[in-house]
Design a protein around this ligand. Structure first.
Ligand code: TRH
Length: 362
């Protein structure tokens, strides 16, 4: 099966991150020829080893990476995956409609745990002017959705990493015996409140941080109010294939957006989701909808989970008290996170689910 994936990078790393993960799975696990059309290869190159954004098209891990504009003069593959409703070039849409057999055209949507997703998943949407359907494919956390991207060797790699965990943390000058929190969040997160909570608690803690605006804020807070109980380990950006190591090495995770949020869930570690901010508090509705999905798995620790997550996403909340409860209930939370991970695995991998769907339409 030949596959095209279209990626419009809007901001940050999530758009490129989701597309690259999907492209890699199709290429490396299934051996399919994959073309990735992207409008910002520079961003992709920050999370992909071996990609020179100035030298396109190029082949990386079996994926042909093209500048978006190349699509205007290319023929569609058997499966065309538009991501996040990014709108394909008109000329390319015409070619999809005219091709025989017609390619299967998928729009891979954003992840949301809201109820309406189940009703819309896999529905066709007729093109307004061409004789072709586009199918909506929703990732999700329930049986009636497309599931999440899970590489076949993910848990084997996680298990193997366990013996390297201490060395990994030591490479950032962190003491592996300390409680370690990975912090990958937006600069608008309540970082001052978080830092205050860590100082007030007074227990020794490692913060593992990727370089970026949020880390700069935390570093500045540290300079202004140095605290001996807090150790910083700052990492440069690593290729996506290495990203999970941050999660596996940590005891609690603060993650954001979509892809790191998914990876955190699959790591089976307690996580706090700094959700991508939207207008009219839409993101809070999404956070609460997700909360309702995990509630049965979290049982007694659910209240702490949701209070903590709301604190990270609504600045008016008292974070110090939530953090105290979070640390206290960590063993319960860890057990819950693992049950939730098992549930996600039971849904099957999004790539497999998408292929089954495509086959049913051929
Ligand atoms: O970067 P994000 O905030 O991305 C987004 C975008 O804002 C996007 O517009 C929005 O649509 C989406 O979220 C919901 O967060 P996310 O999704 O977690 O993506 C980060 C990616 O970067 C993920 O694939 C992991 C990767 N990454 C690395 O590969 N190496 C690194 O060192 C780091 C820090 C991240």
């Amino acid at each position: 099966m030949t596959i095209d994936i279209f990626c419009d990078v809007i901001d940050n790393f999530g758009d490129a991150g989701v597309c690259w993960r999907l492209a890699s799975i199709f290429s490396c696990e299934h051996g399919f020829p994959v073309k990735l059309y992207i409008n910002d290869a520079e961003t992709l190159s920050k999370i992909t080893a071996g990609l020179d954004p100035k030298k396109l098209p190029c082949l990386v891990q079996g994926v042909e990476i093209h500048d978006w504009k190349d699509a205007e003069t290319s023929e569609p593959s058997q499966v065309v995956i538009e991501t996040f409703g990014c709108c394909l070039p008109i000329a390319f849409e015409h070619k999809i409609a005219a091709a025989r057999p017609q390619p299967i055209w998928i729009n891979l949507e954003y992840l949301s745990a809201e109820d309406w997703v189940e009703g819309c998943h896999s529905l066709p949407s007729p093109h307004p002017s061409l004789n072709v359907n586009k199918y909506y494919f929703f990732p999700g956390v329930t049986k009636k959705t497309g599931g999440l991207m899970i590489e076949k060797d993910l848990f084997i790699r996680q298990e193997r990493f366990a013996k390297d965990r201490n060395k990994f943390l030591e490479s950032f000058n962190l003491d592996p015996a300390l409680f370690t929190v990975f912090v990958f969040c937006y600069p608008g997160a309540p970082l001052a409140e978080f830092y205050k909570a860590l100082r007030q608690r007074g227990k020794e803690i490692n913060l593992l941080l990727p370089k970026g605006a949020a880390t700069d804020i935390l570093s500045k807070l540290y300079e202004e109010h140095p605290s001996r109980n807090i150790q910083f380990g700052v990492s440069k950006m690593v290729p996506q294939s290495e990203f999970d190591k941050f999660l596996w090495a940590s005891d609690s995770l603060i993650i954001r957006g979509e892809d790191s949020f998914v990876r955190a869930q699959l790591s089976g570690k307690p996580f706090i989701w700094n959700i991508y901010p939207q207008t009219e508090e839409t993101h809070i509705k999404k956070l609460e909808a997700f909360g309702e999905r995990i509630r049965p798995y979290y049982g007694e620790s659910y209240q702490t989970w949701i209070d903590m997550n709301l604190s990270w996403n609504k600045s008016s909340r008292d974070l110090t008290c939530c953090w105290e409860r979070w640390c206290h209930e960590l063993p319960l939370m860890k057990e819950a996170a693992q049950h939730w991970r098992d549930h996600l695995v039971s849904l099957g991998s999004l790539a497999d689910n998408l292929l089954s769907f495509v086959k049913s339409k051929i």
